[in-house]
Design a protein. Structure first.
Length: 341
């Protein structure tokens, strides 16, 4: 793939934070058509009114329903698979729902894409899939395995399936930043789970760039990670407060929530063994070994023990001022640039 110009692109979960950002970017790149697939008719109606472009067609359905997925992918050249259950607490209470959407739903998308001759599918994953400790992460880890299994089992397929993995996206739905803003504006204390907890900081635009990078460079089964800086949640809270004019905000520590990690891991040390450094990205190729299990008793790799995971703890750590500057690149904080200058 060299361009989406004139192509038909389908986006599952197309009315979400990532999907709506991607739709607008595709339209700026002169895409032929965009198929927005989601289960929320209210969001579809709102998006239709906001975008008002006849190149965009809306499909109501659920990735759990294979027939509705197939209808949305007819004629598509490329697919961005963003539909998922993403909230850690809700998946902890309803893990079977996470499996139905994140695992089975992903299988339906990949299967339909292969049947219909889609050229490329990029599946969006999360840091929580690495060493998963919660149901959401476990289901996304199985989503990744589902994508890689297709590549491994169908080497002659004309459909390239790849994966992108990233941490929290700043100011996306469910992000802590909008919560901090709301708390400050309503005079409430900032609630922190654990001040020393670290998180990667990536914008929606950067997550879109990561997906394009996968489309442009992926071989079947590839996994891509974008390098990103990190900060503690306390630093992030202070940076947000500073931008809103609160230099000494009240902070209340509430403790770590259900299934939450202290640090995000984007690549395990096992993956770092084979990872290719592409400058701003890491590419991890598919492990395409066969099911000849006897080979695993005779061969190993001594490099694994000498490598570290790629985590928000050992990534570039931002100060409050550096975090402020990064936040000012977000459209939501654009209006604050004059006051911060």
């Amino acid at each position: 793939m060299t361009s989406v110009q004139g192509a038909t692109v389908a986006i599952t979960g197309g009315t979400g934070s990532f999907g709506s950002t991607m739709v607008r970017d595709l339209l700026r790149k002169d895409v032929g058509k965009v198929h927005v697939f989601s289960r929320d008719e209210a969001k579809q109606d709102s998006m239709r009114r906001a975008i008002d472009d006849d190149r965009v067609r809306y499909f109501l359905g659920d990735v759990r329903d294979a027939d509705s997925v197939e209808r949305a992918l007819v004629g598509a050249d490329f697919v961005f698979h963003a539909a998922a259950l993403k909230q850690v607490p809700s998946c902890e209470f309803f893990p079977e729902q996470a499996v139905k959407t994140n695992v089975r739903g992903s299988y339906n998308v990949i299967d339909a894409a292969a049947k219909l001759g889609v050229r490329s599918v990029v599946c969006l994953s999360t840091d929580k899939a690495v060493y998963p400790v919660n149901a959401m992460g476990m289901s996304k880890a199985l989503m990744e395995k589902t994508a890689q299994a297709f590549a491994r089992n169908n080497p002659g397929s004309g459909t390239t399936v790849s994966i992108t993995r990233y941490g929290n996206v700043m100011y996306s739905r469910g992000s802590v930043i909008p919560m901090f803003v709301k708390q400050l504006e309503s005079g409430q204390p900032l609630t922190l789970t654990e001040p020393h907890m670290t998180r990667f900081l990536m914008s929606l635009d950067q997550s879109v760039d990561l997906v394009y990078h996968a489309f442009l460079n992926a071989a079947p089964g590839d996994l891509f990670v974008r390098k990103a800086p990190a900060s503690t949640v306390h630093t992030l809270a202070l940076a947000v407060a500073s931008l809103l004019g609160y230099d000494e905000p009240e902070v209340r520590v509430i403790g770590v929530r259900h299934g939450e990690k202290m640090h995000e891991t984007l690549l395990s040390r096992e993956e770092m063994v084979t990872a290719e450094d592409q400058g701003g990205y890491f590419r991890v190729p598919l492990d395409a070994r066969s099911m000849q299990y006897e080979l695993y008793f005779d061969e190993g790799d001594t490099k694994t023990a000498r490598l570290d995971d790629y985590t928000s703890e050992n990534a570039e750590r931002l100060t409050v001022e550096q975090t402020r500057e990064l936040l000012l690149t977000l459209p939501e904080f654009e209006a604050l640039k004059v006051g911060a200058a």
